[in-house]
Design a protein around this ligand. Structure first.
Ligand code: GDP
Ligand code: MN
Length: 403
């Protein structure tokens, strides 16, 4: 689950990470009052207006059809009013949102952290994430902050510092110092960075995150280290024990079909092809997508209906798949292990009848316990459904119904 920058910063602050302070607002008037409060607090007329969407690249992104950037410096209440009017309820397109963009529902009015003094501030990059290949967390840092880290990784990979954390002992003091030293920091800024890394790691672990990316980490002109941005991903499987964080979920940022699927306990991920898939078990779902591709098709989605496929889950699955206008055929691939194929077949027939006419052909492959009985039920149902027992047969059938 992703959360907004302002929410990520609130978490960081709780763990003792210094942050660029800000107040979130959902209307231009509230943005102006937030600005006045920030201006009083910082004794400066400068503040930044930042679009809150679940995607990065906002600084370079633009509101559709305008020149308005997603992050902009303001120096008066009038500025704030104008910028937040341009941003709120409009669609921001960045290189991370895709061409359809994301609607800005909130803006963060943040202090201008860059110029409290006279010397030049410096931006760094830092993230903590799970390195699945090494089965441990990794801290990544770079002196090339503020810019696209993917570009740095591509063009100058030597500029990315990596420090792996042994899960048995956690982050060690020498590791935090090593990162700070490699970033070229000395004196007070070095000490601040060590503290920053420590607190950031506590926040990452304490919230069961799978990623915490701070880009930029700012060294201010008075040697303070603070988080200017926060991109956070929480492990969905830990949300049951992170109740406070689970409440931060913003469904308006998620694909509506994926939200609907999760409400029926289905794991659905939309893809770009034309063959809708309904499968029990994630591994079988992956294999099913592979075989569709092998036979020249393109899967329209990943859909795992879980272990206990019944009429309700099958019906919910059909309804979600059919909302995708690209779907030209549906491939149901169920392995009857705990669940019996004849029960699933009855579920499919029931779901079909309850939805009414399904406008695309359906190929059902039932394998495992009572597979033959299941196929018989499908074949005798009189519905526009064909059945197969072998996976290869099913994939060929899908291709033939598409023609
Ligand atoms: P992103 O583009 O979505 O990653 O959003 P960021 O929060 O990283 O902000 C984008 C850019 O805005 C940063 O890299 C900074 O260059 C700039 N920025 C953010 N906060 C401030 C600020 O307080 N003062 C100034 N002058 N620039 C800022
Ligand atoms: Mn950023």
């Amino acid at each position: 689950m992703n959360i907004h920058e302002y929410q990520g910063k609130e978490i960081l602050a709780k763990y003792g990470v210094r942050i660029q302070r800000g107040i979130v607002a959902d209307s231009p008037d509230r943005a102006v009052s937030a600005y006045k409060e920030i201006a009083k607090m910082t004794n400066s007329k400068f503040a930044v207006v930042k679009s809150q969407i679940h995607a990065g690249g906002r600084g370079k992104g633009k509101i559709v059809g305008t020149e308005q950037r997603g992050v902009q410096l303001a120096k008066s209440p009038e500025d704030v009013k104008e910028i937040s009017t341009n941003l709120l309820h409009n669609t921001l397109v960045t290189h991370q949102t895709g061409p359809e963009g994301k609607v800005v529902n909130k803006v963060l009015i943040a202090e201008d952290a860059y110029y409290p003094g006279d010397s030049e501030p410096k931006e760094y990059y830092m993230s903590i994430l799970l390195d699945r290949a090494k089965a441990c967390n990794v801290i990544m840092a770079s002196t090339e902050g503020g810019m696209d880290i993917e570009e740095v990784a591509e063009n100058s990979p030597e500029k990315i510092i990596k420090e792996w954390i042994d899960p048995r002992v956690g982050l060690q003091g020498f590791q935090a110092r090593k990162v700070a030293n490699k970033l070229g920091l000395t004196g007070a800024a070095n000490k601040e960075m060590v503290k920053f890394i420590y607190a950031l790691y506590q926040a990452y672990e304490g919230t069961d995150s799978s990623m915490f990316e701070i880009n930029p980490v700012l060294k201010t002109s008075d040697d303070k280290i603070l988080a200017v941005d926060a991109k956070v991903n929480i492990d969905d499987n830990a949300l049951y024990r992170q109740k406070d964080i689970a409440e931060l979920r913003d469904k308006s940022e998620e694909d509506p079909m994926e939200v609907e699927a999760s409400e029926s306990d289905l794991n659905y991920v939309k893809l770009d092809g034309n063959v809708g898939c309904m499968v029990n078990g994630a591994g079988l779902a992956m294999a099913t997508m592979d075989i569709i591709k092998l036979y020249g098709g393109e899967p329209a989605n990943f859909l795992d209906v879980g272990g206990g496929a019944n009429a309700q889950t099958v019906e919910a699955g059909f309804r979600i798949i059919l909302k995708d206008p690209n779907v030209k055929a549906i491939f149901v691939n169920i392995f009857g292990g705990i669940v019996r194929c004849d029960r699933v077949a009855n579920g499919i027939v029931e779901a079909y009848k309850s939805i009414g006419e399904i406008p695309v052909p359906i190929v059902v492959r039932l394998q495992g316990t009572n597979a033959e009985e299941g196929a018989k039920i499908i074949n005798e149902s009189g519905l526009k459904v064909s059945s197969a027992v072998k996976l290869k047969e099913a994939a060929e059938l899908v291709q033939s119904v598409l023609k």
